[in-house]
Design a protein around this ligand. Structure first.
Ligand SMILES: Nc1nc2c(c(=O)[nH]1)N[C@H]1C(S)=C(S)[C@@H](COP(=O)(O)O)O[C@H]1N2
Ligand SMILES: [Mo]
Length: 370
């Protein structure tokens, strides 16, 4: 193990319980069920926060853990222990972490297109209150040089091997300007220590960027005066396909606008009585300014009522009243707009790896006599 950090492996891949009423399991990953957020408050409790693991959750001993900063972009390369980080001034912020593949299965379900990767519905997103040290503080203490261009955190989880290729440990460069702007080295989630599955003892939280950038179980950070790459910026997390540049688009950074109902997929609702449908919308680009809902598969739209905080890059809650009269299958839709003028489209251009599905989702429900 690098730097003497004590690690043991979880046998099942994910450390926390994954009860079927809270999660849908996809291999090494677990998707939050949106109905688990009904009445759950603004933040996603750690017991239902989605888990996206390339391999498995390592159990890292905080007392022996070290964060090493190294590379050609530092004047004073050095390490930090857990207690060193706790002693530095902290920041607290509500930030959404969302997998770039969130909504991937909808390329197939809604647009009849083939994509590869974990078939998430909409539950690969969560908002938590993260507390930790600004990455800029630690970079300054390590003497980041004006010549630094890229900053790459690397996880302590096992090496990622896929299709017979060893890609090494999960790592992903971000520009030094972003690293010095709003990135957090987080050691708390929702007021408690970071749980094992979410990066204990310390993870990056990279606001507005795809979840991959928020590297969990950080063990070292390379700061480089020359541009850095990793398989996560060359092979994965780029757009491939006919709608994209030959050889693929640039490495993905931010996502689009999305909305979800806090309802089971295929929910059953009683006819002839009033319901209040709740949901949430979020955008990496700006605050949510409005949400329209259709209860008849897009024929008519009404404005949802927004309530509570409207935080970017976290989410905005909303609700609409509905008194369904006709029984049978119905399609619910929600379409959000943000302060940049962006609106969710009705279709997302295809890409082979199924990233950044931002189209209005057709949520099926059935209205029945009870
Ligand atoms: N070390 C490490 N960091 C990682 C990953 C991983 O597999 N290993 N997965 C990334 C991806 S793709 C996502 S979407 C987020 C998910 O964070 P969560 O599991 O806390 O929800 O973590 C990111 N950080
Ligand atoms: Mo992800």
């Amino acid at each position: 193990m690098p730097y003497g950090t004590l690690i043991c492996e979880t046998s099942t891949g994910i450390a926390k319980p994954l009860p079927p009423e809270l999660f849908t399991v996809h291999g090494t990953c677990a998707e939050m069920r949106w109905e688990a957020m009904r009445g759950a408050g603004y933040h996603v409790p750690a017991d239902r926060f989605f888990v996206r693991n390339h391999t498995s959750t390592p159990l890292v001993d905080a007392a022996s853990w070290r964060l090493e900063l190294h590379g050609s972009g530092l004047g004073n390369p050095r390490g930090f222990g857990y207690e060193d980080l706790l002693a530095l001034p902290a920041v607290t912020r509500d930030v959404a972490i969302e997998c770039a593949g969130n909504g991937r299965s909808l390329f197939t379900a809604q647009q009849h297109q083939e994509v590869s990767g974990t078939p998430w519905r909409l539950g690969a997103v969560g908002v938590a209150r993260w507390r930790g040290v600004p990455l800029s503080t630690v970079l300054d203490l390590a003497g980041i040089l004006p010549s630094a261009v890229d900053v790459m955190a690397r996880g302590l989880d096992p090496r990622y091997v896929a299709g017979g290729v060893d890609h090494g440990r999960v790592r992903r460069p971000i520009p030094a300007a972003k690293a010095l702007d709003d990135v957090i080295l987080a050691y708390e989630m929702n007021g408690g220590p970071l749980p094992p599955d979410h990066g204990h003892p310390v993870r990056l939280v990279v606001p507005s960027w795809i979840g991959l950038a928020s590297v969990k179980w950080v063990g070292d950070i390379e700061v480089s005066a020359a541009p850095l790459t990793s398989p996560w910026t060359t092979e994965f997390y780029r757009m491939f396909g006919v709608a994209h540049p030959p050889g693929g688009g640039p490495p993905l950074t931010t996502g689009g606008i999305r909305s979800a109902f806090e309802l089971p997929w295929g929910a059953r609702l009683a006819a002839g009585r009033p319901h209040v449908l709740h949901g949430r919308s979020w955008s990496a680009g700006g605050r949510i300014t409005g949400v329209e809902v259709s209860l008849d598969a897009g024929a008519t739209w009404r404005r949802a009522e927004l309530h509570g905080p409207r935080v970017c890059p976290a989410w905005t809650r909303w609700h609409v009243a509905w008194n369904p009269r006709t029984t049978g299958p119905h399609t619910l839709m929600a379409r959000a707009a943000d302060e940049t003028g962006g609106v969710q489209p009705m279709r997302t251009p295809h890409n082979e790896l199924g990233y950044l599905f931002d189209a209005v989702v057709r949520h099926p429900v059935t209205v029945t006599y009870f």
